[in-house]
Write a protein that binds this ligand. Structure first.
Ligand code: CTP
Length: 394
């Protein structure tokens, strides 16, 4: 989708300038064309050659270096940009833009562009909370400029507080979502479940499975970027909750069941990608189970089949399940589609090493209850999510 898009990245002079390389690298992996403009002080922190190598484009540094070309260059970059990202945005550049000063290539291009401009500030805490900087930020926000708030933490100068550049992954995600123009889920409510659930045995032990949550999180992000109001109910994972999503953290099957049932009536599309535990110990031991001489036998009893329940009570909702299979993929998936009264099922072969559980890619077949099938090649989970919504909306 984004292959035609251009982001003009403005790099300012701050210690976090090197982190812009990370963001550019991720955007390139998403087929975004990158043009970099560096301020004079940015060049003192990072060599332009690094930006040139990663962006695979000439880096613009000095407005007056090529007297004949500069005017064309700043106007053409301003026109070419689908979005401008200013990273790290210093107090100086924020102040200049807020005051209408355009005295170098970066500020001139910002001024001449009609594309959305996103600032990712990073600076010393006292500078950041300085009322002048805050007033400039407020003024720019009112004028429609976007800001990705800095994080709190230990800063390069040793101070602790707000002012650390936001997580580069988050910055990249926000940029990608702003570039996204397929808004075919506008105003739809989408509920996604993700990750494993756990079944506690005693205060220190539980059983669970190897689900990482990556597939469900990718679906939630894709739905959000297509304009949906997304609720993501997830078991324990190591992934940061996506921005702009109503995130609900649960642990057990019962907790997931209760939350899903609570949200279900108001949803338009429900996608159950969680790997829910089917069994739990017959008894939970309040005390830690002590070891004994003999083998230990635990009895597990059936727990809720959340998706089956949804299939029984569904009204207007489009219901989508996953089928994690290690054999007879197609037959088993079709049985689950029918048994759980689903509209679609996404079947994945979990025995494949480079796709499926706990990795970044997946290889799936999607079945519609009406008999149509979409077989996908191995691809990133985000692309699987995209193809899934394309199929539903086709
Ligand atoms: N699911 C669920 N509740 C369960 C088990 C599964 O809601 N207790 C949902 C999953 O989120 C998934 C679908 O049902 O969307 C299929 O899950 P899967 O683990 O493949 O199948 P099961 O129904 O558990 O059957 P089996 O383990 O026998 O393959």
């Amino acid at each position: 989708m984004n292959s035609e898009k251009t982001v003009v990245v403005g790099v300012c002079g701050g210690i976090a300038a090197y982190k812009a390389l990370d963001v550019i690298s991720s955007l390139r992996k998403n087929n975004i064309n990158i043009n970099v403009i560096m301020t004079d002080s940015a060049v003192k922190f990072v060599n332009p050659l690094s930006f040139q190598s990663l962006s695979q484009n000439m880096v613009v540094t000095d407005m007056f270096a090529e007297p004949k070309a500069w005017e064309i260059q700043h106007i053409s970059l301003a026109k070419k940009a689908d979005l401008m990202l200013i990273i790290p945005a210093t107090a100086n550049v924020i102040g200049k833009v807020a005051s209408g000063i355009a005295d170098d290539m970066l500020t001139t291009t910002i001024m001449a562009s009609t594309a959305p401009v996103v600032f990712a500030p990073a600076m010393n805490t006292n500078m950041y909370i300085n009322p002048i900087v805050q007033e400039n930020i407020a003024k720019l926000k009112n004028l429609g400029y976007s800001f990705i708030s800095p994080a709190s933490g230990r800063l390069a100068c040793g101070d602790v507080g707000e002012g650390k550049l936001a997580d580069t992954k988050l910055i990249c995600e926000i940029v990608l979502s702003k570039l996204y123009d397929k808004k075919d889920l506008q105003n739809k409510r989408v509920l996604v479940t993700a990750g494993p659930t756990i079944a506690p045995i005693d205060p220190v032990r539980y059983i669970t499975n190897r689900s990482s949550g990556k597939m469900g999180f990718a679906i939630a992000e894709e739905a959000r970027d297509r304009g949906a109001k997304v609720t993501l109910i997830s078991g324990p994972t190591n992934i940061t909750p996506p921005f702009g999503v109503n995130f609900i953290s649960v642990k057990t099957n019962q907790e997931m069941f209760d939350k899903v049932i609570e949200y279900f009536p108001t949803q338009d599309i429900v996608i159950k990608s969680a790997a829910v535990a089917d069994y739990k110990p017959r008894e939970y031991s309040e005390q830690k189970i002590k070891k004994i001489e003999d083998d230990l036998t635990l009895t597990f009893i059936r727990d809720n089949d959340i998706l089956k329940k949804l299939g029984e009570i569904k009204k207007h909702q489009v219901l989508i399940g996953f089928a994690a299979e290690s054999n007879n993929l197609i037959e088993n998936a079709k049985i689950k589609l029918a048994n759980k009264n689903l509209d679609y099922i996404v079947a994945n072969d979990i025995t494949s090493e480079d796709a499926g559980f706990a990795v970044d890619e997946n290889k799936v077949v999607i079945f519609n209850k009406n008999g149509s099938i979409k077989q996908l090649d191995r691809m990133s989970k985000r692309l699987v999510a995209r193809e899934l919504f394309n199929f539903i909306n086709s």
